[in-house]
Design a binder for this molecule. Structure first.
Ligand SMILES: Nc1ncnc2c1ncn2[C@@H]1O[C@H](COP(=O)(O)OP(=O)(O)O)[C@@H](O)[C@H]1O
Ligand SMILES: Cc1cn([C@H]2C[C@H](O)[C@@H](COP(=O)(O)OP(=O)(O)O)O2)c(=O)[nH]c1=O
Length: 670
C-alpha cells in the first residue's frame, strides 16, 4: 500500500474514534446524573471543554509541529490519548462516585483535547508531503467525506447497535462492558492503532527538511512570531485565513439562530432538523461534485466565489418566507461552505511551505474554533433579545424577526469578506469572473492574458480552404490604408522566418507521411507563439491594425474537430502559445467544402497536405468554425462566402467601422 493510502486509513480510524468518543463521553457523563437539568449541564460541559484548550495551547501547538519530528509527535500524542481516553471507562470500575466519574471524564476529555491540538497541526503539516500535488484535491475530498460523512454515521450506528444488541439479547453484561463503555474503549483503541500504523507504516512522515532544521535552531518564541509574520505578508494565506474565519462566522450565526429561524418559518419543530439535514446534504454535494462541475477553474478564485455563494445564501435564508425557499437556501449554504472548505484546505496543503505549515494550520484551527464558538453564542444571545412581528403577504405570512435581520447582516458581512479574500488571492487578474466560471464549467477555461499595452485592433479571418480569406484580407488592408491607417497583413502558419520553416514541415507533401496529430498541433502552436510574440503584439502595441489570415480557431477546427484531438487541450495550448491574446473581431467566411476546394484546385497550384484530406474532415472543420462563432457572437462576423467579393468586403468594412476609432492623426513626415 502507498504511504498516502495508509494515511487515509489512519485518518479514517482517527475520525471514527473522535466521533464515537464525543458521543459516548457526552452520554456517559450525562448518565452519571438522574435529573435532566444536571444531565443537560454535564452534556454541554463536555462539549464546551473540547473547545477550551484550543485557546490556550493552540498557538504553541503549531510551533511544536514545525519544530519537532512529526512522526514522533503524532505517535507520542496518540499513545497519550490512548491512555487518557482509556482511563474514562476504567475509573468507575475502581468504585468511584458518580461525581468523581463525571469530573474525571471531563478532565480526561480536556487533557485528550489538549493533546489532540498538538496532533492535528503535526498531521496537517505532514499530509501534503505524502501526496502528489495533483492528487491533493481528491485526497481532501476523500478525507472530508470520511471525516464528516462516513465516520460520524458509522460511530452513531455502532453505538446504537451496541446498545440495541445488549437490550435485545437480554444478557446482563458485566459492569466494565456496558455499551457506552465499549464505545469508549473503541475510541482509546483507535488511538493505539493509529499510533502503531504511523510508527511502523508511514515512516515517510518522519525527518526534517534542511529548512526546518535551520528554523528549529531558533528560539520557540522567535518561531512563533515568524509564523504570524508569514501569514501577515503572504496574500494567499492572509486571504485564506480571512475567508475561512468569515465562512465559519456565518456558519456559526446560522447554527446559533437555527432554532428560532425554524419557528419563524411557521413550519414546526421538524423544520429545524430538516434544515440541518439539508445543510449537510449540501456540504456533501458540494465536496463530492463541486470539482467535477468547475473543472479547471482557478482554486483561488473558486474559494472566494464559494464564500460569496454561501454568504449570499445566508442572506437568502433571511428573506425566505416559505419552507421550500429556506430548504433551497440551506442547500446552497451547505454547498458553498463545503466547496469553500475543500478549496481552502487544498490551497493550504498545496501552497503553504512545509517549514511553516504546522503554525499556519494551528492558527486556522484555533481561529476557527474561537470564531465558531463566539458566533454561535452571540447569535444565540441576540436572537433571544429580539422580538418579532408577523407580516402578511396575501397567501404567505412570515415573521420579521431579529433572527432574519441577523442572517441578513451575517450574510452581507460574509459577502464582503468573500470579495476581500477573492481580491487578495486572485491569480487571474483582469479575467472577467463570470465568464471565467462559465468557461471552466463548459471546459474552456480562460487563461489570464499576458500584460501589454494594446493600442491597435486585431482582426482575424477564418474559414475553410478557398473560402476567400486572402482575397478579403487584401481588400480590407487596402481600404484601411486608403483611410490612412497603419495596417499589418499577416497569416498563420508561416508569417515569420521560423514560421515559414514550420509551415513547410506541416504542409509540404514531400516530407512523407507528415507529423502525427499531436506533433502537428504543437507545430502550429509553435508557429503561433513566435508569430504573436514577434509580429502581432509589437504591432498592436504600436497602435496598428493587424489583419491575420487564420489564428487560434483554425487549430481548434482543424486539429480539434478535424484530427479529433480534445478541443479543450488545443484551446489550452493555444492560450498558452498566445499568452491569452484574443482577436477583437473574427470574420468567418463560411463555405461548403466542395465549393471551396473547387476554387482552390482551379487555382492550379496543386494541393497541400490538409487540402487533400477527406470531405468528412472538411465538414467537421466547417461545423467547428460555426460552433465557435455561435458561442461568442459578439466577437464574430459570419458571412456566406458564396456572396460576391465586393459585398463581403463591404460587410466587413461596415462591421469594423464600429471597432476602429477615428483615423489617428499622425504628424506629416517632412
Ligand atoms: N467571394 C468569392 N466568390 C467567388 N470566388 C472567390 C471569392 N473570393 C475568392 N474567390 C476565389 O477563390 C479562390 C480562393 O480564394 P482565396 O482568397 O485564396 O481563399 P483562401 O485564402 O480562403 O484559401 C481564388 O481563386 C479567388 O479568386
Ligand atoms: C493556422 C492553422 C492552419 N491550419 C491549416 C489550414 C490550412 O489547410 C493550412 C494552411 O492554411 P492557409 O495558408 O490559410 O491555406 P489556404 O490559403 O490554402 O486556405 O493550415 C491548421 O490546420 N491549423 C492551424 O492552426
Amino acid at each position: 500500500m502507498r504511504p498516502f493510502r495508509r494515511l487515509w486509513l489512519v485518518l479514517g480510524a482517527a475520525s471514527f474514534g473522535d466521533w464515537i468518543g464525543l458521543l459516548a463521553t457526552s452520554l456517559f457523563t450525562a448518565a452519571q446524573f438522574s435529573k435532566p437539568a444536571a444531565q443537560g449541564l454535564a452534556f454541554s460541559a463536555t462539549i464546551a471543554v473540547r473547545l477550551l484548550p484550543a485557546l490556550f495551547l493552540g498557538p504553541i501547538a503549531g510551533v511544536l509541529a514545525d519544530r519537532f519530528d512529526r512522526r514522533w509527535t503524532m505517535v507520542i500524542t496518540d499513545l497519550l490519548r490512548f491512555v487518557i481516553y482509556g482511563s474514562i471507562p476504567i475509573v468507575p470500575l475502581l468504585g468511584a462516585s458518580p461525581g468523581v466519574i463525571a469530573t474525571w471524564a471531563t478532565i480526561a476529555t480536556l487533557l485528550g483535547e489538549t493533546v489532540t491540538l498538538i496532533w492535528i497541526p503535526a498531521k496537517e503539516a505532514a499530509v501534503p508531503n505524502l501526496i502528489p500535488k495533483a492528487r491533493i484535491e481528491v485526497s481532501n475530498q476523500l478525507t472530508l467525506v470520511t471525516t464528516y460523512g462516513i465516520t460520524p454515521i458509522l460511530a452513531a450506528l455502532t453505538l446504537s447497535a451496541l446498545t440495541a444488541g445488549v437490550q435485545n439479547s437480554g444478557a446482563s453484561l458485566p459492569a466494565w462492558a456496558q455499551p457506552v463503555q465499549l464505545a469508549l474503549y473503541m475510541n482509546a483503541l483507535s488511538r493505539l492503532a493509529t499510533a502503531l500504523v504511523v510508527f511502523f507504516g508511514i515512516r515517510e512522515i518522519g525527518g526534517k527538511s534542511a529548512e526546518r532544521q535551520q528554523a528549529a535552531a531558533q528560539s520557540m518564541s522567535r518561531q512563533f512570531l515568524d509564523g504570524w509574520k508569514y501569514i501577515g505578508r503572504t496574500p494567499l494565506v492572509r486571504g485564506l485565513v480571512l475567508g475561512i474565519f468569515g465562512a465559519f462566522a456565518a456558519g456559526g450565526v446560522v447554527i446559533g439562530s437555527a432554532k428560532t429561524y425554524a419557528v419563524s418559518l411557521g413550519a414546526g419543530e421538524a423544520a429545524f432538523s430538516l434544515l440541518f439535514g439539508v445543510i449537510f446534504l449540501g456540504l456533501a454535494l458540494g465536496i463530492g461534485l463541486g470539482p467535477m462541475i468547475v473543472k479547471d477553474l482557478s482554486r483561488r478564485r473558486w474559494f472566494g466565489m464559494n464564500i460569496v455563494l454561501a454568504s449570499g445564501s445566508v442572506m437568502f435564508l433571511g428573506l425566505a418566507f416559505h419552507l421550500s425557499m429556506a430548504l433551497l437556501g440551506a442547500l446552497l449554504v451547505g454547498a458553498g461552505a463545503g466547496m469553500a472548505f475543500l478549496a481552502g484546505t487544498t490551497l493550504l496543503y498545496g501552497e503553504v511551505d512545509d517549514a511553516v505549515r504546522g503554525r499556519v494550520f494551528a492558527v486556522v484551527q484555533i481561529g476557527v474554533r474561537m470564531v465558531l464558538l463566539l458566533a454561535i453564542t452571540l447569535a444565540g444571545l441576540l436572537v433571544g433579545l429580539g422580538s418579532s412581528r408577523r407580516v402578511d403577504l396575501g397567501a404567505f405570512s412570515f415573521d420579521v424577526s431579529f433572527t432574519r435581520v441577523l442572517l441578513l447582516v451575517a450574510g452581507a458581512i460574509g459577502i464582503w469578506v468573500g470579495i476581500g479574500a477573492f481580491r487578495q488571492m486572485d491569480d487571474k487578474k483582469g479575467v472577467p469572473v463570470l465568464a471565467d466560471l462559465w468557461g471552466s464549467v463548459r471546459g474552456r477555461p480562460l487563461a489570464p492574458p499576458e500584460e501589454f499595452a494594446r493600442a491597435g485592433v486585431f482582426v482575424v479571418f477564418e474559414g475553410g480552404e478557398g473560402a476567400g480569406k486572402s482575397t478579403q484580407v487584401n481588400r480590407l488592408a487596402e481600404t484601411l490604408r486608403e483611410e490612412g491607417r497603419e495596417v499589418v497583413v499577416t497569416r498563420e502558419p508561416g508569417a515569420t522566418d521560423i514560421g515559414s520553416r514550420i509551415r513547410g514541415l506541416v504542409l509540404d507533401k514531400e516530407h512523407g507521411a507528415g507529423p502525427s496529430p499531436r506533433a502537428e498541433a504543437l507545430l502550429y502552436a509553435a508557429d503561433r507563439a513566435h508569430h504573436v510574440a514577434t509580429v502581432v503584439r509589437p504591432a498592436l502595441g504600436r497602435g496598428e491594425v493587424v489583419i491575420s489570415d487564420r489564428y487560434v480557431d483554425s487549430s481548434l477546427a482543424y486539429q480539434g474537430a478535424g484530427r479529433t484531438l480534445p478541443v479543450q487541450e488545443i484551446s489550452w495550448l493555444s492560450a498558452w502559445a498566445t499568452g491569452g491574446l484574443k482577436p477583437d473581431l473574427v470574420v468567418l467566411l463560411d463555405v461548403d467544402p466542395t465549393v471551396g476546394l473547387t476554387r482552390v484546385s482551379s487555382r492550379g497550384e496543386g494541393t497541400d497536405r490538409l487540402e487533400s484530406e477527406s470531405k468528412a474532415f472538411h465538414d467537421r472543420v466547417r461545423y467547428a468554425f460555426l460552433d465557435l462563432a455561435a458561442a461568442d457572437p459578439k466577437r464574430y462576423l459570419v458571412l456566406d462566402a458564396a456572396r460576391p467579393p465586393e459585398e463581403l468586403a463591404a460587410a466587413v468594412a461596415s462591421r469594423l467601422a464600429d471597432l476602429l476609432g477615428p483615423v489617428p492623426v499622425t504628424a506629416p513626415t517632412a
